[in-house]
Ligand binder design. Sequence first.
Ligand code: FES
Ligand SMILES: [Fe+2]
Length: 465
Amino acid sequence: MQTASAPPTAAPPAGQAGWPSSWTTFPHGIGVGRYIDADFARLEYEKLWKKVWQVAARLDEIPQAGDYTVYEIGDQSVMLVRVDAQTVKAYRNACPHRGTSLADGCGSFPNQRIVCPFHGWRWDLNGNNKLVLDRHEFRDGKLQDGDVALRQLPAVVFAGFVFIHFQPSPPSFDDYIAPVRQWLEDFAIGQMRHYWWKSIRIPANWKVAQEAFMEAYHVPATHPQLDEVGREIVFGDRPGGEMGHHNVHYEAMPNGHGRFFAGPKKPMTGHVQGGSGDLLEKMIARLSLNADGMDAMILQEDVEVLKTLRGQPVPAGSSLGEEYIKALYRRAAEQRRPMPKMTPEVLGSWGGEFFLFPNFLVLPNAGNCEFYRSRPDGNNPDSCIFEVYSSKTYPAGIEPPRARVEPVTMETRKEGFLLVPQQDLGNIPRIQKGLHQGMRQTWLGKEQEKIILNMHRELDRYLKA
Ligand code: FES
Ligand SMILES: [Fe+2]
């Protein structure tokens, strides 16, 4: 996992008194200082990151007892440890003796013993100290177990994620996750397992990076291959037409969460852009663009399922999309592979997105999913660590590989990422650069960019608390 460099140390501005107008969340846009000011990043560390539930890991990073992975946000370093099949614990990554970090990156503790590399103090996976060399030397021989136990943080496992909180008595996780809980359960996100995971340091604020994925309004310009009509309107002289992103609906949810999803006209139920031609071949071409361009959400194995419909007439009363869905579920049943619940609400959300405040995006599909996580990088508001994950359900009996992150750099992004994320990554540093050009605020579309505004309003609730 890429780690963040040292965070700021100066005190944040004091509440409203130190609140410049450039930090304002306007009714129609966002004050630019929120993306470029080091003081704002400092305030986020103090008031947001230390006070919010956040995704620290996927369980796939720590599948076996004794496995660990380190999550870092600013200067906070947390060790997630798999204790047994049911238990994951989060510890401050520091030795109680003189502070040494006990773990780095991702790995397994030999013999399930956590041993400090400096003087060899040792703990079991539950954080109980098992060895202090020359224990009589310390505290006049009266060292208590509690003096030398690892310091635990609140951690909750939900939907295959490990959420953590830095406060010893955090607000209720159930309340925090309530608006999206049912969705994540219905999509079988918890049964999805590691496929691939990449991390890249981007020269942009963490919010700039994630907001590039919080609307579909950017598709015609950024991903012109995905919208023929939009491409001709943006780059040609076509006066208008039905663009794919107009079928997307947005919902701002409580707690800063949000979602978008396809409306009734969507490829999954038979809507394919364009006039004439063989609908099935168009749908194969369309899904192949996603599979080849992302290797996430829609995978080549799904396109192969669609191809099995060649030469089969669509029964009266059905549609191509419905037949495709049936074929996907048939395959899943044969493979004894978990799939999303087959309800109209869930099917209508395939290809959409769920945003988990403050920094996690879930893009579910038919038994597979893409995730994004964006984090600040030290006290530099112009840098972030951005991760992209592809996960899927696996056929019964197949053990997925342990999740390990593959680092990618801006220089290697063309080899490291496929076309669609490459296109997004190309824009993000340009946004950050533009925000430094003296503009006061950005403008947000009322519907199509409303989950960005909703996120900033929740952020303000934390920062002004
Ligand atoms: S610092 Fe860890 S044992 Fe000394
Ligand atoms: Fe995009």
